[in-house]
Design a protein around this ligand. Structure first.
Ligand SMILES: C[S@@+](CC[C@H](N)C(=O)[O-])C[C@H]1O[C@@H](n2cnc3c(N)ncnc32)[C@H](O)[C@@H]1O
Length: 213
């Protein structure tokens, strides 16, 4: 946890509920231990979407469709979301959830490996939300930059890894070391790539907010 629990609880207490169906989908995801975006991240995405008003959105990591559905509530009229998921058990649930909220026209779920699918996509996208396998962000990065429109926004979630990112490699559990070093490399590249301007925020589990120059 990056921010202390009492602060998070207080911030959550200020949040207003979404529609009954979105609340239900969130609850079902949490009850079945599907990793979905936290309340703080939800709140941040909503503000970004209302500011940026992206018409074409790409999400890497749909899980059961919760964040795509939430984003579809805050994108402008005429907006469209393409989201990618490769976990067979989650795909039918995501499709069903998209149907439940009546967003089949606005949200397209592409089934398969994110990197392979990204290579086949045509840009430009105005907004990319990266929320899939953390150890693969560094591999998605060239494709994400290729797909982003000038002025487009890239949001990468879970970049501070519950605070592990600041620890030395040897203080991190052995099984997390590869992800740790790849994420450090990713953050370094985001900050040093002159095609991007990036701010890294200790929000939720850490968010990197980048703009394509
Ligand atoms: C954190 S969850 C996404 C949560 C979702 N964005 C939300 O907040 O509702 C990450 C998802 O990425 C998927 N994923 C991981 N690696 C992937 C890959 N290589 N290709 C496609 N999906 C992948 C996982 O199966 C998982 O469902």
């Amino acid at each position: 946890m990056i921010v202390d629990e009492r602060t998070i609880t207080y911030l959550h207490s200020l949040e207003l509920p979404e529609s009954d169906m979105i609340e239900k989908i969130e609850q079902e995801a949490l009850e079945s231990h599907v990793p979905i975006i936290r309340k703080e991240t939800q709140s941040f995405l909503k503000v970004l979407l209302l500011m940026k008003k992206p018409l074409r959105i790409l999400e890497i990591g749909a899980a059961v469709g919760f964040s795509a559905i939430l984003m579809s509530e805050y994108m402008p009229e005429g907006g469209h979301i393409t989201t990618i998921e490769n976990y067979e058990k989650r795909i039918p649930i995501a499709l069903e959830n998209i149907k439940r909220v009546g967003r089949k026209e606005q949200i397209t779920l592409l089934e398969g490996d994110a990197l392979e699918i990204m290579k086949t996509l045509q840009g430009p996208y105005d907004f990319i939300f990266m929320d899939a396998a953390k150890g693969q962000y560094i591999q998605y990065m060239p494709e994400a930059i290729r797909l982003l429109a000038p002025g487009g926004v890239l949001v990468s979630d879970n970049v501070l890894q519950d605070g592990d990112i600041i620890k030395s490699r040897f203080a991190v559990e052995r099984r997390n070391r590869t992800i740790h070093s790849r994420m450090r490399e990713y953050l370094y590249q985001l900050k040093h790539d002159d095609r991007l301007q990036t701010s890294i925020l200790p929000l939720g589990d850490g968010i990197a907010l980048s703009v394509r120059r």
